[in-house]
Design a protein around this ligand. Sequence first.
Ligand code: GUN
Length: 278
Amino acid sequence: MAQILDGKALSNKIIENIREKTLLLDKKPGLGVILVGENPASKVYVKNKEKQALNAGFNSAVYKLPENTSKDDLLKLIDELNNDEGTNGILLQLPLPKHLNPYDFLDKINPKKDVDGFHPVNAGKLMLNEKPYAVPCTPKGIITLLDEYNIKLEGANAVIIGRSNIVGKPLSMLLLNRNATVTVVHSKTKNLSEITKNADILISATGRADMVTGNMVKKGAVVIDVGIIRDENGKLRGDVDFDSVKEIAGFITPVPGGVGPMTIAALIQNTYELSLKE
Ligand code: GUN
C-alpha cells in the first residue's frame, strides 16, 4: 500500500507558520478575491480561500459580481484593486461566465499583485526561470508537497496528464526548472498508458473521474491527483482510481486532503510574499 502524501497536514503547518510571521508585520497582507457569477464549485473554493486567509491573519475581501457583469465593470474593479494600497494580492476566480474571456482581464492585473501568477509577465518569467512575482498556486503546492516528502525531482521522469494554463503548463515549467524530464500528455495523445507507465512521478489534472487506473502506473511511482470531481452522491472524487492505484504506487495523494489544501497554502504563501515586496 502506497504512502499517503498528506496535503492537509502540510497545508495546516504552512499556514500556521505564516500566521506567526504575519503577527510580526506592521501591516497585514491583504488578499482581494473576485468571484463573478454563481459557479457552485467556485463558491466553495472562494470560501475556503477566504477562511484560510483569515486564519493566516490577513485582511481578506471577496468581491462578488453578478453573472451578467459587463467587461467594463470587471475591468473597473481590477483597476480599483490595482490602485488599492491595502490589497497585495488579486485573484480572479476562474472559470468566468461564458461572455467574459479570462485573458481580457488576467493581463490587466498588476503583475506585482498577480497572486495566481497568471499574468503573461509572470507566465513568461516562469518559462524563463527568472523569478516570477508569483507562481501558480496548484503547481507550487504540488512541488512543495513533493519536497516535503523528499521526492527527488532531478532526473525523474515526470508525466503530466493535462495541458491547462492553470496546472499542466506551469507545472511542466516548474518541474523542468528542477531538472525533471517532463512529458505532457493530453486528450489527443496516443498510447497514453505506455507513457504513464514510464513515469516516476505521475500527475493527473484532467477533471475526469477514474482517468488513472492501477494498470497505467509503474510500481513504486509517485501519483499526484489534481482532480476534484463531485460524483452523483455528492462525494468528492479525483482523477485517480485510488483503490487500484494505491496497490501499485509508492506514494499517492488522497482526494480530498491532497492537492486541494496545498493550492490554498500556496495562495497564502504568495499573498504573504507579495506583501513583503511592495
Ligand atoms: N480555478 C481553478 N483553479 C484556480 C486557481 O488556482 N486560481 C483561480 N483564480 N481560479 C481557479
